[in-house]
Design a protein around this ligand. Structure first.
Ligand SMILES: [Fe+2]
Length: 380
């Protein structure tokens, strides 16, 4: 088996099941208040006081919990200021209502109807209510948790997810980055890069409502982040069956936080209640890495070279090499309200737009228009 380039057909569900069969030894996590179903449970006040004594000890333990540990932990009472949570919840309701009235606010990652989504809730809340923003993000423990996984200089984003009565469970999956890509794309990344990618984001959820089991809190499969080939595995029926057999759910209270390694297999649960709306603010936090040293204005580069590129009849390999240097090759970051994914889970990249333009022999004027439109809809 090629250890650098994996293929979907090489995966073995038995290996995955063995990885996920580990048992948590809570004594290895002395700051935890307890554990349930292989998930570490922390209390916000005790973590904060431990951090005052020895911040590095807290950062280290939380990091281990997400990497060599079960890959997930809960912080009870992450928000003791429930008024701040409620104030944000009221804003979420207002935003959901306004966006629904404007015909937008869709969720490309769930079936329409019983699911509400606010993309870029971080910016939308800040623009509507500065005090609400400050009262929500002034949480020192949230900062410690982000730093434990990502180090300093991380960048916060937030997406609200609301699952109404009758809302259906998601399929198990991994999250951003590679969790959004097709297997065809994932296979092109060397395995060490696939593994590394989990260190570039942290996935969190703040409960804005109480979440009893029947309201469908996230189904989680502890340890599954350790299965190295997992980005190619989660669509496979055998792996889905294994997930469904072993996944666990924990009830949460308003103000609790759930944090997990983005490589952990998980899925939103069924909301089988008649009357309970389940609302979480999903925090997706990114590492300061993965950015270039210089800011290149790719629009100017492309406007400059497109007419000449169109004239040339470059062979495929040369054309690909030029495109790779001239245009941006990644779908993110973008504005998911105005630049939704086409077909799959990822919006069109600048490179794909350029390739399309060359294939269809767009005039430079038309290309510049399309490029401007593509750029505009990706702005926040
Ligand atoms: Fe997810």
């Amino acid at each position: 088996m090629n250890a650098i380039y994996l293929q979907e057909k090489q995966l073995k569900v038995d290996e995955f099941a063995a990885v996920c069969r580990q048992t948590l030894r809570q004594e290895e996590y002395p700051l935890a208040q307890g554990s349930e179903l292989n998930v570490l449970i922390y209390r916000a006040d005790s973590l904060l006081s431990a951090a005052r004594d020895d911040r590095k000890a807290v950062l280290s333990e939380l990091h281990r919990a997400l990497s060599s540990g079960p890959g997930v932990f809960v912080v009870k009472g992450l928000y003791d200021n429930l008024a701040a949570v409620d104030r944000s919840s009221q804003l979420f309701e207002a935003i959901l209502k306004d966006e629904a009235a404007a015909g937008g606010g869709g969720d490309h990652f769930a079936k329409a109807g019983s699911n509400g989504r606010i993309w870029n809730a971080l910016q939308k809340v800040a623009e509507r209510d500065a005090d609400a923003f400050i009262d929500y993000y002034d949480n020192p423990l949230l900062s410690i948790i982000c730093e434990s996984w990502l180090g300093p200089g991380y960048e916060m984003t937030a997406q609200v997810n609301q699952v109404r009565p009758g809302g259906k469970a998601q399929q198990p999956h991994r999250d951003y980055h590679l969790g959004f890509q097709s297997n065809e794309v994932v296979e092109q990344f060397p395995l060490p890069l696939q593994i590394l990618s989990q260190y570039l984001t942290l996935q969190g959820a703040v409960a804005h409502t109480d979440m009893p089991i029947e309201s469908g809190p996230t189904q989680l499969l502890p340890w599954s982040q350790q299965y190295q080939a997992g980005y190619l595995a989660w669509r496979d029926p055998e792996f889905i069956a294994c997930f469904q057999q072993h996944a666990i759910q924990l009830p949460l209270h308003k103000g609790d936080g759930l944090f997990f390694n983005p490589a952990l297999f998980h899925a939103a649960g069924n909301n089988v209640t008649q009357d309970r709306v389940r609302t979480a603010n999903l925090l997706q936090v990114s590492s300061s890495f993965g950015k270039t040293m210089e800011k290149v204005n790719h629009i100017k580069v492309l406007q400059s070279i497109y007419p000449a590129l169109l004239q040339r009849e470059l062979p495929e390999d040369k054309l690909s090499a030029v495109i790779a240097s001239a245009a941006e090759g990644y779908s993110f970051p973008t504005n998911l309200d105005t630049d939704p994914p086409l077909g799959g889970l990822v919006p069109q990249t600048q490179q794909a737009l350029l390739l399309q333009a060359l294939r269809e022999k767009w005039t430079p004027v038309h290309f510049n228009q399309q490029l401007a439109e593509h750029t505009q809809k990706r702005q926040a």
